[in-house]
Each structure stands twice: as structure tokens, then as C-alpha cells.
Design a protein around this ligand. Structure first.
Ligand code: NDP
Ligand code: GDR
Length: 329
């Protein structure tokens, strides 16, 4: 039985990856940090199948202990301050958690289990300002946010540990991927949640930022398969994972609202507080290398993804409203 250690297991990707590894009969260990109110929403259904370890990405000793206790064959480093907009008001915390903590995790592996295979969650935000499209593993980086800068550090330190210490360390340059488990502040989930609330009469408007930005959006369930595939190869390497299709935030709004028979223009208000100090205008990935070398394929397309998220939020908001109504009665 193989053993895997996942950081960021309570997040969107961590929960899908844990499901995938459990379905492949892995023993799954998850690092979680102490919070005043535990948040297990994404992993509630598999909570008892996971071996829980306590640790914080900024605390090397706790990560060494997590590697010692789990003795993993594979380590998936997914934990991060992952919300780009929060990285301007919190640049130092973002640097500590999203950049330097990658070195913490690499050190923990180097010290406690150097032969373990290591996956780093790199990001298309590293490309930032458009230097070429579509973007490949060879496209230069020009990050546009403290988050993007931190991810560039995490990417290069992973490459450096591979080259310096001969570690099996891979970096997946993943473009945006979404699901009903996406955090509520990210644009796709913010929209699907608002559409559900507006349809059910619980919200009147939706305040948004830049509707013209273009993203390459895929389904998180497809993307975690690529993470696993990277660690099953003969040699460690870096791969772009994307759909190769680009859509605007405006298109996202059109599809989501029209799915419930509404017109987004009747509800959306532009609010400068959601416009970023520096924007990544467009992201479009070319994942030819992953298709050829990993045999990776995506299954869920953009419109299907948006409809899946709106349907899931309609169900969830209805359930919540019913619970609240029964409490009032
Ligand atoms: P989420 O924001 O959903 O999850 C982040 C996870 O990191 C949570 O489990 C969170 O725990 C954990 N975490 C944050 N800070 C710490 C800390 N100090 N110590 C321990 N754990 C911590 O992110 P996603 O699942 O969407 O993304 C996973 C990774 O992939 C991230 O590194 C992200 O930057 C990267 N990425 C994501 C993409 C996407 O489109 N989703 C695209 C490219 C890269 P808690 O629950 O306690 O907050
Ligand atoms: P992103 O995702 O910054 O690409 O990072 P997000 O969904 O936050 O933004 C996507 C685009 O939508 C525009 N936008 C808005 N975004 C939010 N959140 N809220 C709004 O109201 C709004 N209005 C317009 C943004 O300006 C942006 O252009 C995600 C994260 O998961 C990162 O961790 C990951 O590395 C990258 O994807 C790839």
C-alpha cells in the first residue's frame, strides 16, 4: 500500500486529490493547521479515511514531524495563501506561506524522507503579463501580484532541489481550475453562489471587478489526476496543465445567469473594490507536453463546469434556507 502526504488537504484540490488517492488504495495522510473553528467542509465525507497530522506550513519542525510520522512515498504540497486579491493587503504572509514554506516542505522531505516523490502546486499566475500565448513550460515568467511572485519562488526552489539534491521533485503549472468546492471569494464560485441566491430571492445584485479578463478554466477533479500522473513517471519534470480554451468573466456571467433563465446585465454592478492593482489580462495554456508524456486528458468542459457549479449552489442554498426556516418555526 502506497502512502501519500498532502498539505492543503482541506482546500479544493486537496479534497479531490485525497479522494483520488483513496480510490487507488493509498494510505492518505493530511496536514492541517490549528484553526479556532475547524473547517472540514470539503473533506467531511472522507474525514475518517484520512490520517490527520497537525502542522503549519510556516513551522519546519511540524513538517519534519509530519514526514516522519507518515513516511510517505509521495508528498503533494498544495497548501498556500491562494487568493490573488488577498496578496496585496497581505504580501508578507503570502510570501511566508506561499513562497518560503515550499522550502520548509522540501527541507522536511530532504531531512526525513529524501527518496519521497514531491509535487509542488505551481500556477499560471507566474506568467502574469502576457509575453506569449499560448503559454508553455518554456514561456518566461512575469508575475503581476505578490501571490504570483511567491509562486515563482516556489517553482524555482523546487527545480533547484531537484537539481541540487537529486530529489524526485515536480512542479505542475496549473491554470485556473474550479468546482463546487471552490472557495467563495474566487470569481467562478462567487458567481455560481450569487446566481443561486438571486434565483431564490435571497440576493438582489452581484458586485464584480474586471469583466474583461480572460482565463483558461478547467475542472479541479480533472486536474488532480495530472498531479498524480506526474509522480508516476520515470523522471521528475514540470508540466503545464490547462484546457487550451479561454473565456472572459463576462462569458462566465452570461452562462451562469442564463442557466437559471436570468440576464446578468440586470444584476451585475461594477465595484472598484474588486478591481486589482495590477491585472493578469489573459491566461491561455498549451498542455501538449502533459498530453503526450502523461497521457492526461480533461473530461469536463467550461459550460458543463459552470452549470455544475450553479446546480450545486442551488441545491446547497435551498438546503440552508430550509434549515434556517425550520429553526425560525
Ligand atoms: P485552497 O485555497 O482551496 O486551499 C489552500 C489550502 O492550504 C487549505 O487547505 C488551507 O488550509 C491550506 N493552508 C493555507 N495556509 C496554511 C498554513 N499556514 N499551514 C497549513 N496549511 C495551510 O487552494 P486550492 O485547493 O484551490 O489550490 C491548491 C494549491 O494549488 C495552492 O497552492 C494554490 O495556490 C495552487 N493553485 C491553484 C489553482 C486553482 O485554480 N485552484 C491553480 C494553480 C495553482 P485551511 O483550510 O486551514 O485554510
Ligand atoms: P485568479 O482567480 O486570480 O485567476 O487566481 P480569481 O477567480 O480570483 O480571479 C479570476 C479573474 O476574475 C476577475 N474578477 C474577479 N475575481 C474575483 N475573485 N472577484 C470578483 O469580483 C472579480 N471580478 C472580476 C479577476 O480580476 C481575475 O482576472 C486563481 C487562484 O486559484 C490562484 O491560486 C491560482 O494560482 C490561479 O487561479 C491560477
Amino acid at each position: 500500500m502506497k502512502k501519500a502526504l498532502i498539505t492543503g488537504i482541506t482546500g479544493q484540490d486537496g479534497s479531490y486529490l485525497a479522494e483520488l488517492l483513496l480510490s487507488k488504495d493509498y494510505e492518505v495522510y493530511g496536514v492541517r493547521r490549528r484553526t479556532s473553528t475547524p473547517n472540514f467542509e470539503n473533506v467531511a465525507h472522507i474525514q475518517n479515511d484520512i490520517h490527520w497530522l497537525s502542522g503549519d506550513m510556516t513551522d519546519l519542525a511540524s513538517l519534519i514531524e509530519a514526514v516522519r510520522q507518515s513516511n510517505p512515498d509521495e508528498v503533494y504540497n498544495l497548501a498556500a495563501q491562494s487568493f490573488v486579491a488577498a496578496s496585496w493587503p497581505q504580501p508578507l504572509a503570502t510570501g511566508q506561506i506561499t513562497a518560503l514554506s515550499v522550502t520548509n516542505m522540501l527541507e522536511a522531505v530532504r531531512i526525513a524522507k529524501p527518496e519521497a516523490r514531491f509535487y509542488q502546486a505551481s500556477s499560471s499566475e507566474m506568467f502574469g503579463k502576457v509575453l506569449e500565448t499560448p503559454q508553455t513550460e518554456m514561456t518566461p515568467f512575469y508575475p503581476r501580484s505578490p501571490y504570483g511572485v511567491a509562486k515563482v519562488y516556489g517553482h524555482w526552489i523546487t527545480v533547484n532541489y531537484r537539481e541540487s539534491f537529486d530529489m524526485f521533485a515536480c512542479s505542475g503549472i496549473l491554470f485556473n481550475h474550479e468546482s463546487p468546492r471552490r472557495g467563495l471569494e474566487f470569481v467562478t464560485r462567487k458567481v455560481s453562489d450569487a446566481v443561486a441566491r438571486i434565483k431564490l430571492g435571497l440576493q438582489q445584485e452581484l458586485r464584480m471587478g474586471n469583466l474583461d479578463s480572460l482565463r483558461d478554466w478547467g475542472f479541479a477533479g480533472d486536474y488532480v489526476k495530472a498531479m498524480w500522473l506526474m509522480l508516476q513517471q520515470d523522471r521528475p519534470d514540470d508540466y503545464v496543465i490547462s484546457t487550451g480554451e479561454m473565456h472572459s468573466v463576462r462569458e462566465l456571467l452570461q452562462i451562469a445567469f442564463s442557466h437559471v433563465g436570468l440576464n446578468y446585465e440586470d444584476y451585475v454592478v461594477i465595484d472598484p473594490q474588486f478591481v486589482r492593482p495590477a491585472e493578469v489580462d489573459l491566461l491561455l495554456g498549451d498542455c501538449a507536453k502533459a498530453k503526450e508524456k502523461l497521457g492526461w486528458r480533461l473530461e469536463v468542459g467550461f459550460e458543463q463546469l459552470v452549470r455544475m457549479m450553479v446546480d450545486a449552489d442551488l441545491e446547497r442554498v435551498k438546503r440552508q434556507a430550509a434549515v434556517e426556516a425550520s429553526v425560525v418555526v
